[in-house]
Write a protein that binds this ligand. Sequence first.
Ligand code: NAP
Length: 351
Amino acid sequence: MMTTPHALVAGGLGVIGRNLVTHLAGDLGWRVTAISRRAPDFDTTARYVSVDLEDAAATRAALAEAGPFTHVFYAAYQECGGDAARQVAVNLAMLRNCVTAAHDASPGLERVLLYEGAKYYGAHLGAFPTPAQEDDPRVMPPMFYYDQEDWLTGFSKGKRWDRVVMRPDVVCGFAVGNPMNLAMVIAVYAAICRELGLPLRFPGSAGCYGRLAQVTDAAQLAAGSAWAATEAAGDTAYNLTNGDVFRWNRLWKAIARHFDMDPAEPMPIPLAEMMADKAPVWERIRERHGLVDVPFDKIAAWGFGDFIFNCDWDVVSSTTRIRQAGFAPVVDSEAMFLRLFDEFKERKVIP
Ligand SMILES: NC(=O)c1ccc[n+]([C@@H]2O[C@H](COP(=O)([O-])OP(=O)(O)OC[C@H]3O[C@@H](n4cnc5c(N)ncnc54)[C@H](OP(=O)(O)O)[C@@H]3O)[C@@H](O)[C@H]2O)c1
């Protein structure tokens, strides 16, 4: 390894990427180059390169100039409006453009990390065998993770570098404008309920309320990713969650207490639909509390909340493999949510 590793973080403004950049550049002192189309609106020692990963030539030119890299952390993602077939085409092309360009620019490349999630096991389709283990059989495609992983496995063959797959679930951390960020959904929903004089009602199904659930703290994922990049066995997939599980029926009450609100029993409230006309309510809250100016349609991913709050099945991944391999920290998920809400408040994102 070079004296100071040089990480390329693709998707450096996402909920995974942004927190990873902070950890690698801030806590570990790595040299970090991050990619996204937007520019960061915060101070960082990382170098952000604005390039569209769908554009192969532009990606090649940008990485030839920014490299060489020792590690690639691939956390770029396009939701493509939820169109699963298009997700495959777009996300596979982006990964291919990024990794081939990083490979060509980096004679000393050591490892490529790819982020997947519990959808690998069918968590988005219905009840699946739990706790899900890394080598469990795949489910019916389309599922872009499979195409990305298969391509990366093939491309890495015979190369001097290897690959590691990380499978977190429901990553919670600070990021704005991303399609999967549960903590922001809950925080903004709570503020709107309070403004409307409503209790904090669980906006999902009674089934989901009592099921086992899991999340991954973005900071835990960042630390686990640094471990996986440098210490884990290569050519392996690792589930990585907080290491605990919870049921919403207990956590929801703790969240209500934290916001000093009354909790209320579940009611399936379709957030994407019901929040569509709440921009004026949010604007009122924002002005009164002097909050940062984030457009209402970027502040919370309501569709993601609808999905998570209506999983009428346990969502649990086994973390035995990664713990036995040497990454064993456990995060208390309740404490994590409350800490994140405090952080959002400090950042003036919520009242
Ligand atoms: N969030 C979760 O709860 C979660 C859980 C498990 C697994 N995962 C997986 O982890 C991966 C990353 O997820 P995430 O939630 O961190 O994503 P995210 O918050 O949506 O971030 C995606 C990042 O990719 C960048 N990006 C998108 N299109 C790009 C393009 N054409 N060129 C360059 N950059 C581009 C975005 O920045 P710009 O828009 O500025 O380009 C952003 O920085 C995905 O595969 C996701 O399925 C996520």
